[in-house]
Design a protein around this ligand. Structure first.
Ligand code: UDX
Length: 442
């Protein structure tokens, strides 16, 4: 089938490449001409395992093309996916102006019957409004129908998540459009859940909000564990053995970040507020997360009283491993706090470094070439992302610090390992190890 995808960001590019790989003819449209040129040459603008290989392969066989010209991109296509961003407004609500602009452009340009598939995460009711907008602006006497097809892929495993998703959700009010969507996904071997448009829109928000809730829940349990002498890792395993609870998203740490959870939880609070419903539970989840992101800074302050002039190493900047994405990463909040306290910060990340050098610019911040370089001469090391490189490092490296003192926000090491290595170690929801004083920092 001939398909266009508007917006070659995370969701759009991965969707376009994967649809091409399944045999469809896909045109990806993006207004950023520079980015389009790079993608035409097989260069992925994002770091995502497996994506470059599929991008090159499908360019070569001619199933994938890139353009900045919407009219050209929409030529002869039956289905157009919208995957442009829905950034956060100041009040936390989703800004859907980019989605609306694309819908209007389609209405002006489409010359034959078209199905629009909204991949972008949009507030409940948006697709109905888009349909009305399209009907108003349609330039030709054709049928344009909208389908909601929310995306559940994770950064760092986006290609795999697309091919092996747990479900494909299709929200549609039209039999014709539903049939077309089933055709698009027929070779994916993934269960399809058919529903109405508004429920599909809500499934996306509710899923992300629920996963964020699991994370904030286990993080609060972790904070209590530290105070009562329990171990959150063991608690999470014990809880997860109950299949009603499940093992996933119970990893305690310094909170969730990224392009989805922070934005979508706040947007859902707004969506509820717009219909006079106070989503108290989700507000709690968001508050717990913002406190959790700087929990290591609180511990540092308890240890040192003043951080002024202290050299502190940050290990891991990305919001999670296997991505160079820094959006809403805990590292940004932590670094901001440390800079305010007058500390000198030296950062290292295996992949997100280039991104970070452009995002985190301050005279008190420097970048190191390796974990060793970052921790050498530092008075504390803060682990913020559980990269394999950090998890598998020889722990001796920390014993050579100015003060061998490690705050691990991602529970990268077993307590036995650290006990043997001999440096002071504080993690999340577990006992502190090799304490130099009675101060538990809680
Ligand atoms: C998420 C959803 O998983 C995905 O379905 C949706 O489409 C987009 O948002 P993503 O943001 O890429 O995906 O990453 P994810 O792996 O879900 O992690 C999000 C954040 O939660 C990260 O900061 C991660 O470190 C944190 N997290 C995740 C935890 O702290 N504990 C966990 O147990 C799981």
């Amino acid at each position: 089938m001939k398909i266009a995808v508007v917006g070659a960001g995370y969701v759009g590019l991965v969707t376009g490449v994967c649809l091409a790989d399944m045999g469809h003819y896909v045109t990806c449209i993006d207004i950023n001409e520079n980015k389009v040129e790079r993608m035409k040459n097989g260069v992925s603008p994002i770091y995502e395992p497996g994506l470059t290989e599929l991008l090159k392969k499908n360019l070569e066989v001619g199933r994938l093309v890139f353009t900045s010209d919407h009219r050209k991109g929409f030529k002869e296509v039956e289905v157009i996916f919208i995957a442009v961003g829905t950034p956060q407004n100041d009040d936390g609500s989703a800004d859907i102006s980019y989605v609306e602009d694309v819908a209007k452009t389609i209405a002006f340009c489409a010359e034959s019957d078209t199905i629009i598939v909204t991949k972008s995460t949009v507030p409940v009711g948006t697709n109905d409004r888009l349909q009305a907008l399209i009907n108003l602006h349609k330039a030709n006497d054709i049928t344009i129908e909208i389908v909601s097809n929310p995306e559940f892929l994770r950064e760092g495993s986006a290609v795999n998540d697309t091919f092996y998703a747990d479900r494909i959700v299709i929200g549609s009010n039209s039999e014709k459009a539903t049939k077309k969507m089933k055709e698009i996904y027929q070779d994916f071997n993934i269960p399809i859940y058919l529903t109405d448009i508004r429920s599909a829109e809500m499934i996306k928000y509710a899923s992300n909000a629920f996963l964020a809730t699991k994370i904030s829940f286990i993080n609060e349990i972790a904070n209590i564990c530290e105070r009562v002498g329990a171990d959150v890792e063991k608690v999470a395993v014990g809880m997860g053995l109950d299949q009603r609870i499940g093992t996933s998203f119970l990893k305690a740490g310094i909170g969730y970040g990224g392009s989805c959870f922070p934005k979508d939880t706040k947007a859902l609070i707004q969506i509820a507020g717009n219909v006079a419903y106070d989503f108290e539970l989700l507000k709690g989840v968001v508050n717990v997360n913002s406190k959790q992101q700087t929990i290591l800074v609180d511990k540092l302050k308890k240890k040192f009283h003043s951080l002024h002039g202290k050299r502190l190493a940050i290990l891991g900047l990305a919001f999670k491993p296997n991505t160079d994405d820094l959006r809403e990463a805990a590292s940004l909040m932590v670094i901001d706090e440390l800079v305010k306290e007058g500390a000198e910060v030296i950062c290292y990340d295996p992949i997100a470094m280039e991104n970070a050098k452009q995002t985190i610019i301050h005279p008190q911040i420097r970048f190191a070439a390796s974990v060793e370089d970052a921790v050498k001469d530092s008075e504390a090391a803060l682990i913020l992302t559980e990269w394999d490189e950090i998890k598998s490092i020889d722990l001796k490296v920390f014993t050579h610090m100015k003060t061998p003192f490690v705050l691990d926000g991602r529970n990268c090491y077993s307590l036995e390992q650290v006990k043997a290595a001999g440096f002071e170690y504080h993690s999340i929801g577990r006992s502190a190890v090799n304490l130099q004083s009675e101060n538990l920092l809680i």
